[in-house]
Design a protein around this ligand. Structure first.
Ligand code: MN
Ligand code: MN
Length: 265
């Protein structure tokens, strides 16, 4: 059952409408980091998460995100409904589509389900949610820095605050499973390269806790300063429809001179 109450969680009252800012706000309505993405991500995850308590948390937060979507929508309609017709160039999107909100981001790109991260494993889902909250918080910060209306700013600070709360909830849930700082999850065991770290960008190299010391399971990181390929050459393609030459049309370069050429560069 869904029960909708028309009152908002905090007052949503715009003082001075600004259609261009309304366009910015679309980022949190129909954009990648927006409230629709968060609401649907947690909502859909809740269907296939098996733990009843995690399911309950996801549903609680999903519904709060729908209420955020509504609040962002209420801001957008107030910023665009009283559009100053002398400044139409400032928000061409609303000139074309009418007053907002619309399910597009601040550049007019349509919302897409590819923004939603879900499926397969609850640890993957909760980690994706921490990322989603970080993205939403960052977009709200960008909006707050560009916001000149006090009423709008108050709502945005509340929305930013709630994303911090949600991130903490997802972190606590992962911690309760022992999966907040354990890179391993799922049922397939990793192979023997799990503790190997390759130095693949050479020059100005650094060592830190990410490539020096121990992994979560106590295994020491093995730092490979000069990695070499160990796989050899894979088999060449077979395509009977191709033009067939008996041997390669070009001449192979001898291994020794090829190595010298590499060393020169
Ligand atoms: Mn939200
Ligand atoms: Mn959130």
């Amino acid at each position: 059952m869904f029960l909708h109450r028309k009152e908002t969680i905090v007052p949503v009252t715009v003082g001075t409408p600004d259609a261009r800012f309304g366009q910015y706000l679309l980022e949190q309505f129909g954009g990648a980091t927006g409230e629709l993405t968060a609401a649907l991500q947690y909502w859909v995850q809740a269907f296939h998460v098996t733990d009843a308590s995690i399911r309950d948390m996801l549903q609680d937060i999903a519904i709060e995100e729908f209420s955020h979507l509504e609040m962002v929508g209420k801001l957008i309609v107030q910023h665009t409904a009283k559009l100053d017709q002398t400044a139409v160039y400032e928000a061409p999107l609303f000139q074309m589509k009418g007053i907002g909100p619309h399910l597009v981001d601040s550049h007019g790109c349509a919302w897409t389900a590819t923004y939603v991260q879900e499926g397969g494993n609850v640890v993957r889902d909760l980690r994706a949610n921490i990322s989603a909250e970080a993205g939403a918080r960052q977009t709200y910060e960008a909006l707050i820095k560009r916001c000149e209306d006090e009423g709008t700013r108050k709502v945005l600070v509340h929305l930013l605050t709630r994303e911090i709360t949600h991130a903490q909830m997802f972190m606590k849930a992962l911690d309760a499973m022992g999966k907040l700082d354990d890179p391993m999850f799922g049922t397939v065991e990793p192979d023997e390269t799990v503790n190997i770290v390759f130095n693949l960008s050479s020059g100005q190299d650094f060592r830190g806790p990410w490539n020096d010391g121990e992994m979560h399971d106590g295994k020491a990181f093995e730092y490979v300063a000069d990695p070499e390929p160990r796989g050899g050459f894979p088999p060449p393609p077979v395509n009977t429809d191709d033009e067939q030459a008996k041997s390669p049309l070009g001449k192979p370069v001898a291994e020794a001179s090829a190595t010298r050429a590499r060393q020169k560069t």
